[in-house]
Design a protein around this ligand. Sequence first.
Ligand SMILES: [Zn+2]
Ligand SMILES: [Zn+2]
Length: 158
Amino acid sequence: MSLSGRCGCGRVNFTINDVPLFTQACHCLDCQRTTGSAFVIHSVVAEADFEIEGSTSMNTIPTGSGAGCDLHFCTKCGTYLWCRYRYHQVPVIAVRVGTLDDTSAVRPQAHIFTRSKQLWFLLPDDVPAYEGACGREGVWPEASVRKYNALEPISQRS
Ligand SMILES: [Zn+2]
Ligand SMILES: [Zn+2]
């Protein structure tokens, strides 16, 4: 499986070369602010599966975990394409599903931080929902948990 995507002006293109580890809709207030919408949909992918062409810039914002999050944008049009939550000890990033060429290619496998979700948004019955963050064990597909656990921790990379 491979998924392609791009920024608004088309100068930045990317490909995800494997099935995303997990896709979640996050209703936290940070995600509401940075999307300017009610929630974000993030596909978590291994950095090694992510190929990007074009010029991007990065900014770091504080997050609820205290670890912060690195946000990556097209330098020209400013489209926010992906981010890296620093609490992950392994090289994974969260790609914003709205930037995919086929936005129907993935769908949320969980809704998280529903305690701050908009009241008008009704959670679907067939997708797990969590008031805060969700863990990986027992939530992510087993193959994804295995792949995540096998990634080399960032601090040990040379
Ligand atoms: Zn652009
Ligand atoms: Zn969030």
